[in-house]
Design a protein around this ligand. Structure first.
Ligand code: SF4
Length: 467
């Protein structure tokens, strides 16, 4: 058990950018774009020692369920909570210097955000106004992870997986871009939460008289969380996830599918134990060697800890599914598949999803860099050998071998192997659908022409699995 040290709140609390917003009664420091003030949000003298932590004041406490998590013991019993690369306590991060003089587009200048002066999982936490929490029609339907709806309580994750491609999905989001421009930080250096999301979620589920909007007794759709962030990365996030799930469970007949790389998913499950039949839990485990996984899945729970949570869920009567993702290139695919199904206890999982590394943005380059930095040169060489336009056929072979090996040990009714099909290979992949291949991408659904406005607001159709 780790006891976080108590630290006094810094003066000023959260810093809010742009007037208005939903954070009523919060002590904010308002920065006007037209002003000359260059705001340094975190003065070096504020930062304290290695376990320094800044509190977002009332807003941060409200968002974390009214509880100051600094004083609470963190249950790490399922195993080590974070990767060795995280500083002790995970409470420090890059210094935040907000420069209000940077050039913004008109849309970015209108985007509100709050710098909470809080660090979690080694990242500074920003908050953006909540316009909506549920996306009613998500492309996650095609991945068979849900029946259409998804929900997310954040935009940028507290974890930092080097293959994560969420930024490639949010790269036109005005608030995200404004925070990045004004702080000079990269997407993976910041965490972005939604401000006070539960009232917005409530208004999506209930009408003004407090009656259910989704009142069909036969409506047992599966809603998935989260397309953008980990749902259990730290205790405040766990509390928010519990609150959102409970609201959905109490006001609809839906089922919820949660996916995480955190052993703290156990805490979510314990809090929702009265809904065991309606929540399905998944721990993403594509690599089983702790050191290898943590060279590119930064700040997450180790695979050992994730599996311990998965087994605990299975032993205590919770519904679970497997998520073998992302699969690295293997020397022996049959051995990997056998190990994977044994480690996740495939027979106790309702379904098993699997996927090779998704190619988006710089996901492969960054993954290789992480592997090399941790001394996994052989593994990096193997990924590089299937990367880039010159190695398309090698990439195809890697994906096919992964599918075929898994299809020999996972029954077709359970396997859901996600594959973005390259042009020219659709016919082969169509033939694998009876084995459990789930085909995705433009060659399957056709290229959609998206207007600029639709692209900016494309959150409703986010397709990132990112795990
Ligand atoms: S892959 Fe998932 S857990 Fe990892 S950083 Fe991205 S959203 Fe977070």
């Amino acid at each position: 058990m780790i006891q976080f040290p108590r630290r006094p709140c810094p003066p000023g609390g959260a810093e809010k950018h742009k007037l208005g917003g939903a954070s009523k009664g919060i002590m904010t420091h308002i920065i006007k774009k037209s002003g000359n003030n260059h705001i340094t949000s975190t003065a070096p003298s504020d930062r304290g020692g290695p376990n320094h932590r800044q509190d977002g004041g009332p807003l941060a406490r409200e968002a974390s369920g009214g509880v100051d998590d600094r004083a609470e013991p963190v249950d790490t019993s399922p195993g080590p909570l974070t990767s060795p690369s995280l500083p002790p306590g995970g409470l420090t991060g890059p210094e935040v210097n907000i420069n209000p003089k940077v050039e913004l587009t008109a849309r970015q200048a209108k985007a509100d955000y709050v710098w909470t002066r809080t660090y979690r999982n080694g990242k500074p936490v920003f908050r953006v106004p909540t316009k909506r929490v549920i996306s009613p029609k998500s492309a996650f339907l095609h991945k068979k992870l849900c029946d259409g709806p998804t929900f997310t309580l954040g935009l940028s994750c507290f974890f930092s997986c080097l293959f994560c491609y969420v930024f490639s999905v949010l790269c036109r989001n005005s608030a995200v871009l404004r925070i990045m421009k004004e702080t000079g930080l990269t997407f993976d250096q910041i965490a972005i939460e939604r401000d006070d999301p539960l009232p917005v979620l409530r208004s999506h589920l209930l009408n003004q008289k407090g009656r259910r909007k989704f009142n069909d007794p036969g409506d047992h759709r599966v809603i998935y969380a989260s397309p953008l962030v980990d749902v259990a990365a730290n205790l405040p996030t766990v509390r928010q996830t519990i609150g959102a799930c409970r609201l959905i469970l109490e006001t609809t007949g839906w089922q919820i599918r949660l996916l995480s790389k955190s052993a703290l998913l156990k805490t979510v499950a314990e809090a929702l134990a009265d809904y065991k039949d309606r929540v399905i839990y998944g721990l993403s485990t594509g690599t089983f060697d702790d050191k290898l996984a943590m060279s590119f899945e930064l700040h997450t729970s180790s695979p050992t800890a994730r599996l311990r949570t998965l087994h605990w869920l299975q032993d205590n009567g919770y519904r679970t599914y497997g998520m073998i993702c992302p699969i690295l290139r293997q020397v022996d695919y049959a051995a990997f598949a056998a190990e994977a199904v044994s480690k996740i206890r495939m027979d106790r999982c309702e379904h098993v999803w699997a996927e090779v590394i998704n190619v988006r943005g710089k996901s492969l380059v960054k993954t290789c860099a992480g592997l090399r930095a941790a001394g996994f040169d052989k593994e990096a060489d193997m990924v590089e050998a299937v990367s880039g336009p010159k190695h398309k056929s090698a990439w195809e072979g890697y994906a096919r071998q992964s599918l075929l090996a898994l299809s020999r040990v996972v029954p077709p009714e359970k396997l859901r192997f996600l594959q973005y099909v390259q042009e020219g290979h659709l016919e082969w992949w169509r033939r694998q659908e009876p084995l459990g291949a789930v085909l995705l991408g433009a060659s399957v659904f056709g290229k959609k022409k998206r207007s600029r406005k639709a692209a900016v607001n494309k959150e409703a159709s986010l397709t990132s699995l990112g795990r």
